[in-house]
Design a protein around this ligand. Structure first.
Ligand SMILES: O=C(O)CCC(=O)C(=O)O
Length: 292
């Protein structure tokens, strides 16, 4: 949960950095990331061995599930969900997207223009109200310095003249907004929480042999006009089956799974879904049937 002061920062600027959020697990997370990304010394020994991480700025993104249990569990961390519930004022949320990224200096042009992320996730626009309809998160697993491509953001206090449809701001048209952008510098283990109405952008890594490891994901209020990362078309991948079996019923709801107590669940569907996802524990769904 955010404190009143943190909430105030989030509401007035549009973002908040929480230091040490993932620090207790940081060592293990970084070790597990080696299962999906090369270690910096291996990469820099011969970058030409890693063409799959170079070229397009998103080529180095690996969406969840990765098949690595600790990594796949982080977007579901109950502390993150509590923050999402708090800022959206909704208990009916969806995990909209999630991906790990390993950026290496000059592997791609990581310089972006200031933008809002919501256009990828809704058919309409985000309402102008205090609560967030969508909230993004960046977890940083390496120190973020001016050399390692900090996320740049503009406080909402400087965006009064902008409309919600000003979603991608060209630098030459909006110099007065770029003047106010600031690098979000923080230590490894920090979590950035940002409202989806906050202007931000990725920036280039300038450090020699620099590497930046992140997890980026977002939650949104469930609504038919909100899109979220589609799981059904990947449901037969081993990593997806494994994750769905491992999640709690509440966590599965974040992916669009029917909640405990939903009329979808019958003795037959519980048994069959259990067969589809080896390791799936149907007990909570069954108990709810018994209680009704
Ligand atoms: O990587 C970052 O720091 C920000 C990236 C970003 O804003 C995006 O890809 O939409």
């Amino acid at each position: 949960m955010l404190t009143a002061e943190q909430m105030d920062t989030y509401r007035s600027h549009g973002w908040l950095i929480i230091p040490d959020f993932f620090s207790p697990d940081l060592e293990q997370i970084v070790a597990d990331l080696l299962q999906i990304f090369p270690a910096p010394h291996d990469y820099w020994a011969d970058p030409s061995r890693y063409p799959e991480l170079q070229g397009g700025q998103f080529d180095s993104v690996r969406t969840i599930p990765t098949g690595v249990p600790l990594l796949d569990g982080l977007p579901f961390d109950h502390r993150v969900r509590d923050i999402a519930v708090q800022v959206t004022e909704s208990n009916d949320l969806r995990l909209m997207r999630g991906g790990y990224q390993s950026k290496f200096t000059a592997a791609a042009d990581f310089e972006q223009i200031l933008h809002l992320d919501y256009t990828n996730h809704t058919l309409v626009v985000l309402p102008d109200e205090e609560r967030s309809a969508m909230v993004g998160f960046f977890a940083y697993f390496t120190d973020v310095t001016t050399d390692t491509g900090p996320t740049m953001a503009v406080s909402r206090t400087h965006c009064g003249q902008l409309r919600i449809t000003d979603t991608h701001l060209e630098r030459d048209r909006w110099p007065q907004i770029y003047e106010h952008e600031e690098p979000l510098l923080c230590k490894a283990g920090s979590l950035l929480v940002y409202d989806y109405r906050t202007l931000h952008r990725g920036s280039a890594l300038h450090g020699q042999s620099a590497n930046r490891l992140t997890l980026s994901f977002a939650y949104g209020v469930a609504a038919p006009w909100h899109g979220f990362y589609s799981w059904p078309n990947r449901a037969d991948e081993p990593a997806v089956r494994q994750l769905i079996a491992a999640l709690t019923p509440d966590e599965r709801v974040l992916l669009g799974f029917p909640a405990v107590g939903n009329p979808y669940w019958t003795p037959a569907t519980i048994e069959a879904v259990g067969r589809r996802y080896p390791g799936f524990d149907g007990t909570p769904y069954r108990q709810a049937l018994g209680a009704s």
